[in-house]
Design a binder for this molecule. Structure first.
Ligand SMILES: [Fe+2]
Ligand SMILES: [Fe+2]
Length: 170
């Protein structure tokens, strides 16, 4: 059975993952409002990924005979100044989430909870990917500068993203 300390820390992270989902959906709404449906689509997929993360943790707590809890979270931001501003704040947000995940790993180690330690490795890897994908789009946006044609091109590319739930996930 999972310790109370680990259970509570993972329940906090469930709220953080749902909050992330809402940030990305709020970003999708902003991107739709400035007529960038491909960018908005990318963010909707991001929403699905974060929702998946929250459920993965929810299921894990239950599997370890703990009690999954929904602790709630505040409203996400609403306004950004440009697509670059959106992706820069997404990148900063993911860096914050990485530190939250690292914290959970520290708790798993201090609780000598090897199962949680192993479970969390998936999230450690996922964060590497999350930071890299936000960074890559920031770089593309910086490269095109003020070019509307460039923005249109990136929008078309981001429209292609599809959500694929990881096969290895139980
Ligand atoms: Fe996440
Ligand atoms: Fe994320």
């Amino acid at each position: 059975m999972i310790s109370k300390k680990m259970e509570s820390a993972i329940n906090d992270q469930i709220a953080a993952e749902f909050y992330s989902a809402h940030i990305y959906l709020a970003m999708a709404a902003y991107l739709e409002s400035i007529d960038l449906p491909g960018f908005a689509h990318w963010m909707r997929i991001q929403f699905q990924e974060e929702d998946f993360h929250a459920h993965k943790m929810f299921d894990y707590v239950i599997e370890r005979d703990g009690r999954a809890e929904l602790k709630g979270f505040g409203a996400p931001p609403k306004e950004w100044t440009s697509p670059l501003d959106v992706f820069e704040s997404a990148y900063k947000h993911e860096q914050k989430v990485t530190s939250l995940i690292n914290n959970l790993v520290d708790i798993a180690l201090s609780e000598k909870d090897h199962a949680s330690f192993i479970f969390l490795q998936w999230f450690v890897n996922e964060q590497v990917e999350e930071e890299a994908s936000a960074k890559a789009i920031i770089q593309q946006l910086k490269m095109i500068g003020d070019s509307r044609a460039g923005l249109f091109q990136i929008d078309r590319e981001l429209a292609q993203r599809i959500f694929t739930p990881p096969v290895a996930a139980e």
